[in-house]
Design a protein around this ligand. Structure first.
Ligand code: SF4
Length: 357
């Protein structure tokens, strides 16, 4: 199985992407063994601060898209961000992730630069990840110099055809890909990902996504199952609503298979367990961490803002604060026989291999 998966044998990949029962258990076991050979049972923590839900884009699946007039907007102040950082330090998370909608205004760029600079100055040992959409080369260079070492930009799908169906005309797959390449040129640890279970997505598309990940040498992955949001063009379509409800269990199972195959293909990349997994199963993230994931990103966003950062519906844990999110997920991790790691950045071993050979 291992050789055939690594050779990209399409028949084998189809078989395992659709696997259930005994075959799925075999795949999960293989992925778990491969993951543990590299990372043991260790799970690294990154505190995620969703500091603004203002976005210039209009992706057809996203709850904070600019056309969603029902969405109240917010931007956290530096003081509020600093309070989140204090929590991150007290909880001894080794890294922080700054995430927001995409903006390219001078004001936004200056604010983000300031946030990264202050964080790096105050907490020099904290790993800093930025996830704020497509930005130009010169600006990404400044962010890196200010202290950001990782950047997360999901391509969402490797299929240009499907990308076009999910995004308005002004958004370009090619530009997004170029931004990922620029991040690599700047020696960031580069993370990307797709959504699994999108309307119109085929199993062949998922195989192409896996091939895309391997060919382009990404260091880390944030991959989520697609979750519908009612205030979006996709979520408003009654056919899609019906289709999503009917297929959600099957799609989540394919999602888990996809991550297990990714771990088999790329043993030493970082794979995060997305919060969206818990929409399907209260132990969704734990399932991912058991078979493929080695990174968890508990929310540190203050309670008052959590219900305003809904990229999808039924987002879990929006009524709890950073302390509860920390307590819940670390307890679940320990109960699952895994080992939470604090005080370490948990950089991607694949990155060091890519950069230093
Ligand atoms: S997916 Fe990202 S870029 Fe698209 S609308 Fe949502 S926040 Fe903006």
């Amino acid at each position: 199985m291992l050789k055939k998966i690594r050779k990209f044998d399409r028949k084998t990949l189809l078989k395992y992407l659709r696997a259930t029962g005994k075959r799925q258990a075999e795949l999960f076991e293989l992925a778990r063994q491969i993951k543990e050979e590299v990372f043991g049972q260790r799970i690294w923590f990154r505190g995620i601060i969703e500091f603004s839900n203002i976005c210039r884009n209009d992706c057809y699946y996203c709850g904070i898209r600019r056309s969603n007039a029902k969405q109240m907007r917010f931007q956290m102040s530096l003081k509020e961000i600093d309070d989140c950082l204090k929590f991150i330090k007290s909880a001894d998370y080794g890294s922080v992730v700054f995430q927001s909608g995409e903006l390219t205004t001078r004001t936004f760029k200056n604010q983000l630069l300031e946030i990264v600079k202050l964080t790096h100055k105050k907490y020099p040992n904290l790993g800093i990840t930025v996830s704020c959409g497509e930005q130009d080369f010169a600006y990404l260079k400044k962010l890196k110099a200010a202290g950001a070492s990782r950047y997360l930009l999901r391509i969402e799908t490797s299929s240009r055809k499907l990308y076009k169906k999910l995004h308005p005309r002004e958004m370009s797959w090619r530009k997004r890909f170029e931004c990922l390449k620029n991040l690599q040129k700047l020696s960031y640890q580069v993370g990307t990902g797709v959504m699994v279970g999108l309307p119109g997505q085929t199993i062949e598309d998922l195989i192409s996504d896996l091939k895309f990940f391997v060919d382009n040498k990404f260091d880390m992955f944030g991959i989520g199952p697609y979750v519908i949001h009612k205030d979006t063009p996709l979520g408003r379509d009654p056919k899609i609503q019906k289709w999503w409800q009917k297929n959600k269990e099957k799609n989540f199972s394919i999602f888990l298979n996809f991550l297990a195959i990714l771990r088999v293909l790329l043993p030493n990349v970082n794979i995060a367990a997305a919060t969206a997994c818990d929409v399907f199963d209260p132990l969704g993230r734990i399932k991912v961490l058991r078979i493929a994931g080695n990174v968890i990103m508990p929310s540190v966003t203050p309670k008052d803002y959590r219900d305003k950062y809904l990229l999808y519906e039924n987002k879990p844990n929006i009524d709890e604060g950073a302390d509860k999110s920390f307590e819940h997920i670390s307890n679940k991790i320990i109960q699952a026989g895994l080992k939470p790691i604090f005080g370490e950045q948990g950089n991607s071993p694949f990155y060091y291999q890519r950069i230093y050979g």
